[in-house]
Write a protein that binds this ligand. Structure first.
Ligand SMILES: N[C@@H](CCC(=O)N[C@@H](CS)C(=O)NCC(=O)O)C(=O)O
Length: 229
């Protein structure tokens, strides 16, 4: 028999065998990452989980499963990533990564709340999906069928990437001179340029930044675990 409770730090399962109550074992519930074949964003969450050493499982869905009713109960638009933790489901990759950093303050992947560095962490973590990603995707999607629209999106992406390049001037990482959640979000977004063939045209310090991030063992493990062929 398995009795469950819930709440961060409270999830537990008490096992008993054959009616006789065995010594109670606390079994923390493992986090679960919902991923979909060929999806590019779930790597961000896996990367954070690997950086933090947090054990997790992955549910890999097909495109159809991602749009099915079961997954829409986790994400109303049927998208990934979704993280399931002890308290329920969370979607939006930036929100999930910030939440994970908060659960592991000792890992120091986010500066203390209320500090200017924390504000900069929010700034760059949100800049990635708000300013970098939309023109990058627009430029890629319209490259063949609407080159004019693609070129205009590309100019907007270049300007946003230029802002990251300036912020990195003389620093290896975006916030406080050390690796944080902001690098996971900005780095994984800039890494889309490798998939769509823009990477060679990035400013030199962004190419170095991507190479530096690519060397992180946690990122390499995350790539292996989220690979969908
Ligand atoms: N802003 C969301 C975007 C999520 C998203 O669009 N994910 C893609 C996969 S990388 C997806 O699920 N697409 C399926 C769809 O749009 O129907 C996030 O960062 O989590």
């Amino acid at each position: 028999m398995l009795n469950r409770g819930s709440g961060r730090g409270k999830t537990w399962a008490l096992r008993s065998d054959g009616g006789a109550l065995a010594p109670a074992t606390i079994v923390p519930r493992m986090m679960r990452l919902y991923h979909r074949e060929h999806a590019g964003r779930p790597i961000r969450v896996a990367w954070m989980l690997e950086e933090l050493g947090e054990p997790y499982e992955i549910t890999m869905m097909t495109r159809e499963e991602g749009k099915g009713e079961e997954h829409r109960a986790r994400h109303p638009l049927g998208r990934v990533p979704v993280l399931e933790d002890e308290d329920g489901f969370v979607f939006e990759s930036a929100a999930i990564c910030l939440h994970l950093a908060d659960l592991h303050p000792d890992a120091a992947l986010a500066p203390a709340p209320g500090t200017h560095e924390r504000a900069l962490l929010y700034q760059w973590t949100i800049f990635a999906p708000a300013e970098l990603e939309p023109p990058l995707i627009e430029a890629a999607v319209h490259a063949q069928r609407d080159p004019e629209r693609a070129a205009s999106a590309r100019r907007r992406f270049d300007e946003a990437a230029g802002a990251v390049s300036s912020a990195l001037d003389g620093s290896d990482y975006l916030v406080g001179g050390r690796f944080t959640v902001a690098d996971v979000l900005v780095g994984s977004t800039l890494a889309f340029t490798e998939r769509i063939g823009f990477a060679d045209e990035l400013p030199a310090n962004l190419r170095d930044y991507l190479a530096r991030l690519a060397q992180r063992p946690a990122r390499q493990r995350a790539l292996e675990r989220t690979a969908s062929g």
